[in-house]
Design a binder for this molecule. Structure first.
Ligand code: RIB
Length: 303
């Protein structure tokens, strides 16, 4: 069977992850528990999540010609992500994210570095790749005008476009219009339109809100569909949203109906938080199948 083709347009970061017993207050110094350097970036994470499920994944993004950059490319290669769309930049640092894990949650500061150079012109070089994809995934750690251009090209070629609007900002109207699916979490939702009012009913079958422990919500045109979360022991929630988007992209590329696609992505995200690192817990398709079965969801049929 031919693999679905998914392209990811987005960031590639090295995550500098500090675990601590608590967060320091402003001006305070505390002792931490652990430190790790782990591959991340919302774009790269979504590429890895989709590739682990068995899609042919093409990354479109940029790294610096530095140690982080070459290691990030090695990690992506190991995960079978095709890197023809990643051109390293001389004299520019790779993107980094400083992640703090404390109080069973994370906070993240991203320094874009090379990700800033994923410009609209750069995106246009990969129009053919975009036109040949079943699904394109994008986020907002690259310039928003490049995401707008990606959405425009997807619209032009009839390629399904999924936008993870993170980190949140007000979205240009053409981006909202050209996106087939938009997947904010609850706190991002209020930042996407100037009046702060984006409702599920306004965007049936398009706006999918992830609420972490409270599950996933969308409006199907008649009813609000709620998919509950799973009681898992969370080790690290970093990358749960990326796993959701990667799995959603895979499921949509396989033509699952929206409810099955959201069930599938919800299960993938639940599994992802059980291990350290954004990419550490991203599951395979068999792991998702077993997880759904164990949780009494045998009726969800996964190809
Ligand atoms: O979504 C998680 C990701 O956000 C991290 O891997 C970090 O790189 C930031 O981009």
């Amino acid at each position: 069977m031919k693999k679905p083709v998914v392209s990811v347009v987005g960031s590639i970061n090295m995550d500098l992850v500090v675990s601590a017993y608590k967060r320091p207050a402003a001006g305070e110094t505390i002792l931490g528990k652990d430190f790790q350097i782990i591959p991340g970036g919302k774009g790269a994470n979504q590429a890895v999540a989709t590739s682990r499920l068995g899609a042919e994944v093409h990354m479109i993004g940029r790294v610096g010609e530095d140690t982080f950059g070459s290691n990030l490319l090695k990690f992506l290669e190991k995960e079978n992500v095709v890197l023809d769309g990643v051109e390293p930049l001389l004299d520019i640092s790779s993107g980094v994210a400083v992640v703090t894990l404390a109080d069973q949650d994370n906070d993240i500061i991203v320094v874009q570095g090379a990700n800033k150079y994923v410009t609209p012109d750069y995106i246009r070089k990969f129009e053919k790749q975009i036109s040949e994809s079943d699904v394109v995934l994008a986020q907002l750690e690259i310039p928003v005008e490049s995401v707008v251009e990606t959405a425009r090209l997807c619209h032009k070629h009839g390629t399904t476009f999924i936008l993870d609007p993170a980190p949140a900002q007000e979205l240009p109207s053409s981006l909202v219009e050209h996106a087939d699916y938009i997947t904010p979490n609850q706190s991002e939702l209020s930042q996407l339109l100037s009046d702060g009012k984006m409702s599920l009913e306004q965007y049936p079958q398009k706006l999918i809100v992830t609420e972490g422990k409270n599950g996933v919500l969308y409006f199907d045109g008649n009813d609000t569909i709620k998919i509950s979360s799973y009681p898992v022991k969370a080790v690290d929630t970093t990358g749960a949203g990326d796993t959701f988007n990667g799995a959603l992209g895979y499921a949509i590329s396989q033509k699952y109906d929206l409810q099955t696609a959201c069930e599938f992505a919800n299960a993938a995200a639940a599994l992802s938080v059980t291990k350290l690192g954004a990419q550490g817990g991203m599951p395979t398709i068999d792991e998702i199948r077993n997880f759904l079965y164990k949780n009494g969801k045998q009726d969800i049929v996964i190809a």
